[in-house]
Design a protein around this ligand. Sequence first.
Ligand code: SIN
Length: 192
Amino acid sequence: MVFDTQAINKQRQNLADYDEIWVFGYGSLIYKVDFDYIECESAHILGYERRFWQGSHDHRGSIASPGRVLTLVDIDNARCFGKAFKVEREIFDHLDHREKNGYLRHQVDIHFPDKRIVKGLVYIASPDNAAYLGEANIKDITKQIFNSSGPSGSNRDYVYQLADALRHFNEIDEHVFQIELALKQYSINANL
Ligand code: SIN
């Protein structure tokens, strides 16, 4: 698979078939909302958990030194909190560009706190994409994130901003909080 998924994403769903389109964000889409939306609500999807297993060569790292950003993995009975945005179709040009480094749009059921469920789209980077880095131990993930930065800022801030956003919504994500803590400890030791 090529790095740039924009053309593939355009073939995956016919957005004209949707009366209204929702996109579910679970990573930077939670805290960096650089697009217009019609509605935004807290929401969750089922059967997925976040992992820092996707390489970032374009936002939080470089080709020579990729950062690590989030993707979703399938886990039975898991619940992943995020934000759902109702958007105009044209917004997907921007989102497809932003998420082009390996992410494909998948259809998903988005659950709202009032029990409503809508069909929406979520960007997931699967193991067959060229930028995928995969599982690693906490120490190695932490070191890589600590040392990476790119046009969208430091890889550390990607983690810190997401962790802060999750706390704001009283949401716990063990993986994200574990990496956040390890990064803070690593930076103390790096400054000694
Ligand atoms: C998302 O936020 O939903 C996708 C992953 C990312 O851009 O961080």
